[in-house]
Design a protein around this ligand. Structure first.
Ligand code: HEC
Length: 242
């Protein structure tokens, strides 16, 4: 621990035994096998450092940067305020899905409660630069819905675009198909229009005429379809690339 080494040097060896024991009792009772280098850094790399990179106001890249924020990080992820993705992972088949899964949330919480140890720096993975863009250029708003609507004709839906100006605490958007099946579309949770983006499906959903689209809470949102001209643009960029 860097600060202990510095402390030891400044007060000299004679006094070191007691201060180290005290500082260990105050800060470093480690009761977890989870470590920053092996377990936490990869979660932060995937879900946080696109916004909390080295240049940001709250950098969360190195252990020295993360450690003072440990308790705050635990609170932010347990209450699902961070990352501000705005939807519950696993409800609807989204891609990309930057939501933090329950398991990762529990790993972070257990690491913080267990004393937030660093672990062996040699285990720190080489972190790839995070790619974090939700491309909306390939879709467009096809139908605007106020909380509930019945499709008058079939629609191939590529995603959901929340059109809200206020924070949405919780709103589950589902499609009830005429044959009785229910398709989960997206569960907005602490969705903040400050971090507005579309939620796109891995595969477009073919919703037949008569499908009921419904949000569990008042919500204005648009259903997305593939933008007209997308195929042509794709072909163009493909020819240019080769
Ligand atoms: C899309 C960008 C973005 C992502 C991704 C993101 N954050 Fe943040 N975070 C912010 C911004 C902006 C703030 C500044 C305060 C605010 O707006 O609430 C912040 C603030 C924080 C704070 C300080 C909160 C306080 O006490 O004021 C913590 C801790 C935090 N983020 C942790 C995380 C963690 C952990 C992750 C990943 C699981 C994460 N963030 C992912 C944008 C992001």
């Amino acid at each position: 621990m860097k600060y202990r080494a510095v402390f030891a040097r400044s007060i000299g060896w004679a006094a070191i035994v007691l201060p180290v024991a005290t500082s260990a009792a105050a800060h470093d009772i480690i009761t977890t096998n989870l470590t920053f280098t092996r377990d936490i850094s990869r979660i932060l790399a995937r879900h946080c450092i696109a916004c909390h990179g080295a240049e940001s106001s709250i950098p969360l890249v190195t252990y020295e940067q993360v450690r003072p924020w440990a308790v705050g990080i635990k609170e932010q992820v347990l209450t699902r305020r961070m990352p501000p993705w705005g939807a519950v992972k696993g409800f609807g088949d989204l891609t990309p899905d930057y939501g933090l899964g329950q398991e990762d949330i529990m790993i972070i919480a257990a690491w913080v409660i267990g004393g937030a140890p660093q672990g062996n720096p040699a285990l720190l993975p080489k972190l790839p630069a995070p790619a974090r863009t939700v491309s909306s250029s390939s879709v467009e708003d096809a139908l605007t819905i106020e909380t509930r609507n019945v499709l008058k004709e079939g629609l191939c839906v590529a995603g959901v675009n929340p059109l809200t100006d206020t924070v949405v605490d919780s709103a589950r958007v589902i499609a009830k198909l005429p044959d009785g099946r229910i398709e989960p579309l997206v569960w907005l949770y602490h969705f903040d229009p400050k971090y507005r983006h579309n939620f796109l499906f891995r595969r477009p959903l073919n919703l037949p005429k008569g499908t009921v689209i419904e949000s569990s809470a008042p919500l204005r949102f648009a259903l997305e379809t593939a933008a007209s001209g997308t195929d042509r643009r794709k072909r163009l960029s493909h020819t240019q690339g080769t």
